[in-house]
Design a protein around this ligand. Structure first.
Ligand SMILES: [Zn+2]
Length: 431
């Protein structure tokens, strides 16, 4: 029969299998623009019916037979002509790809997704689609069998159509930084939501000693109060499953974090509310910090910001305040010598003995960028040490039995020990 590309291909497919308007239109989805596949399929069916009718009128017996045999696969659009020609109504068959479920699926899923989005305070979303494997393969085999090069997948159509309908209710599709993914399964109609974490950029201070950064469980309860525990204060205003603190490095449990505070990215998993004033959040976190841990929350961030915080500590500069005791008395000249010798000096450190049980024994080299000391008594000095992130300060002072070199102990030829250590400044060098 003499038909065009679209009508010819469409008729060939429908002579084999029944297709609903949507599933037929989808096989030609990339032809024409700004229409739904339902509109495409309907238009194609009308045209195929008209072509068959034209051929039938030109006395083609073949066309009459094709019309009669294919009517059940075409569907209700052929009803009036069929009745006119054959005086009866054909029995229609269900769509071979979607089982006749797709139209209803697309209408019924958004009303299920919208309350979910609202319950998690989500405005920016994307749609994720799971397709039953049989459906996916059936569609593929039709496209391959008939060499249909202009189609799209049922997955793409569902994603777009569901997304469009949800957007009509004031939500925005966002492919780069969605607040949640609406997960829909075809044909079951199941709808689920994956809520993205909420990220908050800020800084923390540890005002006392014996406070750890991470939660430190033990059989008798937490070993120390922790920055992480303080951050749980955010769960009250935000809801959510848990909080993760991504910090740029960490100080020892017995070191305070003073001065500029330490940059931190706080991740709240599966929050129930996302639009709470930072000040209100800060207040809750600080209340949970009990005056021992303090936060300043600066702005909301994104997942990709993690790399700035988790990256190699070498990319940062730290300033420490160390109180140092020396075994025998030292002179102002000794102090001056220390400042001179260590300024800009590259320090070689084998992993300190105190952390060897949990870290590999490796040699690291970090630079002391500056040193400035005040002598308090004949054997006590207080030093401000500016260094590349990752330098172990207690060992820089003690020498760790020769594992760190040079060290205060080595340069003074007298045992030096860090009695108190505070971090007073942390700068993260962003790429
Ligand atoms: Zn269908």
């Amino acid at each position: 029969m003499d038909l065009g590309y679209i009508t010819g291909k469409a008729l060939a497919v429908m002579r084999e299998v029944p297709l609903c308007d949507r599933c037929l239109g989808r096989l030609f989805a990339r032809l024409g623009y700004g229409w739904t596949n339902k509109e495409r399929g309907e238009a194609i069916k009308r045209l195929v019916i008209m072509e068959l009718h034209r051929l039938a009128r030109e006395d083609s017996e073949e066309a009459m037979k094709v019309l009669k045999d294919t009517a059940q696969n075409i569907g209700p659009l052929v009803e009036h002509l069929y009745n006119e020609l054959f005086g009866s109504k054909p029995e229609y068959k269900e769509c071979y790809i979607c089982g006749g479920l797709l139209d209803r699926f697309i209408e019924e899923v958004p009303p299920k997704a919208i309350p979910l989005l609202k319950s998690f305070d989500v405005r920016r979303f994307i749609v994720g689609v799971r397709i039953d494997e049989r459906v996916r393969r059936t569609e593929e085999s039709i496209k391959l069998g008939h060499m249909l090069a202009y189609g799209e997948s049922i997955k793409a159509e569902i994603r777009r159509e569901i997304g469009k309908r949800i957007q009509l209710h004031g939500f925005a599709a966002d492919f780069t930084d969605p607040e949640a993914t609406v997960l829909v399964s075809f044909p079951s109609g199941e709808v689920d939501i994956q809520v993205s974490s909420l990220f908050i950029k800020g800084r923390y201070w540890k005002k006392g000693r014996m406070i750890s950064q991470a939660y430190w469980p033990s059989p008798e309860g937490p070993r120390y109060f922790s920055v992480e525990e303080a951050s749980w204060g955010l769960l009250k205003p935000l809801g959510g499953e848990r909080v993760i603190v991504h910090a740029a490095g960490r100080e020892d449990v017995d070191a305070r974090m003073l001065g500029s505070g330490r940059p931190v990215l706080i991740e709240v998993k599966a929050p129930r509310r996302r639009r709470v004033e930072l000040k209100a959040l800060e207040n809750e976190a600080n209340a949970a910090g009990r005056g021992l841990v303090e936060f300043r929350l600066e702005s909301f961030g994104r997942r990709r910001d993690i790399r700035y915080y988790k990256g190699d500590a070498a990319g940062s500069v730290k300033v420490y305040k160390a109180l140092i005791a020396v075994e025998e008395s030292i002179t102002p000249d000794d102090v001056e010598m220390l400042e001179r010798e260590l300024h800009g000096r590259l320090i070689s450190q084998w992993t300190p003995r105190r952390v060897l049980h949990r870290r590999a024994n490796v040699l690291r080299r970090r630079r002391v960028l500056g040193l400035s000391c005040i002598q308090h008594s004949n054997n006590i000095i207080e030093c401000l040490i500016k260094a590349e992130g990752g330098l172990y300060i207690k060992e820089l002072v003690s020498g760790d039995e020769g594992r760190t070199t040079p060290s205060f102990t080595e340069l003074l030829s007298r045992r030096a020990e860090c009695v108190e250590l505070d971090v007073v400044g942390v700068e993260v060098i962003h790429e």
